[in-house]
Design a protein around this ligand. Sequence first.
Ligand SMILES: CC(C)(COP(=O)(O)OP(=O)(O)OC[C@H]1O[C@@H](n2cnc3c(N)ncnc32)[C@H](O)[C@@H]1OP(=O)(O)O)[C@@H](O)C(=O)NCCC(=O)NCCS
Length: 309
Amino acid sequence: MEIEKTLFDAHRARFSAIDRLLPEAAPAPVAGERVDAATAAGVQVTGVVQRQLHGPDDVPLLWSAADARQLFPFIGDTGTEGMDVLLRAWRTWLDAESPGEDSSCVVNWPSRDAEAIRAFLDHGLVPMSALAVRTGGAHDDAAENDVTVRRARAEDFEEVLAMAVSTHDYIGQVATRRRSNAAELLAPALEQALDKEDPLLWLAERDGMTAAFAHAAWITSSPGSAEAELLPLGRWGYVNNVVTVPGLRGSGLGRTLMAVVHKEFSADGASGTYLYYNPTNPLSSVFWHRQGYRPLWTSWEVHPASALR
Ligand SMILES: CC(C)(COP(=O)(O)OP(=O)(O)OC[C@H]1O[C@@H](n2cnc3c(N)ncnc32)[C@H](O)[C@@H]1OP(=O)(O)O)[C@@H](O)C(=O)NCCC(=O)NCCS
């Protein structure tokens, strides 16, 4: 979709001023529907809305509504007012639709744009998840405790699946919706990962029992790729799923496990590591910040979509 050049240039300049870690702002998506608005001074702003529908067996249901509408805003340097009028226009646009219960409105936006946050909150959006990159490493040391960390193997499948489901169940309380078929949705990717020679799956054991689990992957952000719209170019360690058994949380297991994961990624030449976490998760939001991660993009969402104000 064509965005007016002066608006797009202002958009690009704004992104690079907000956060030095953001890659150059991506052009407007090719497909989607256009929403237009103007500020009181007559400055035009615009957005593209894309709709994603997921069936009951689709993996994105682990973090997304079944019927998700995402707005890609282009507000140049109009700040709170520009985002506010655009969200207002989107609200009016939604009046003609009848989204069901399992639906959402989503805007993924640079975390540090404080002016936009005012508008997101005023329209009923909440910070549902954040993409965070590791810029510090104060706690790279393992905690002092009797823990063994090892790579998971094919025979650990049931254990690994149970741990991955328990992360999903916990997040179901504090952020995105819990899915009753989470095990079926998670199993294929875990099976595939365990099939590899050196699976990026780790188990921390205490007294021979599983105490914590981590699942990671390599992700390359190359010019023109979808990843390059979010992350600086490079070969990144992606931390996908981390959990400690409930009764053992807060005793240094997460720290010990992540010390191994970070060390292995850095030894293998990672440009850096990143992950998604939920700012409303009372445990992980503290844990990941202490581990040196900070938000780059925040996904502002309202569920169901009809609750957009
Ligand atoms: C996030 C999580 C994996 C962290 O693992 P953990 O084993 O509890 O982590 P640690 O004990 O190493 O570190 C927790 C920190 O909180 C502190 N803490 C103190 N009491 C705590 C408690 N009762 N519960 C949790 N953390 C506590 C620890 O001292 C530690 O701080 P430090 O880094 O300054 O030492 C764990 O809380 C968890 O499983 N949460 C539920 C699932 C989840 O949210 N996963 C992450 C998805 S992104």
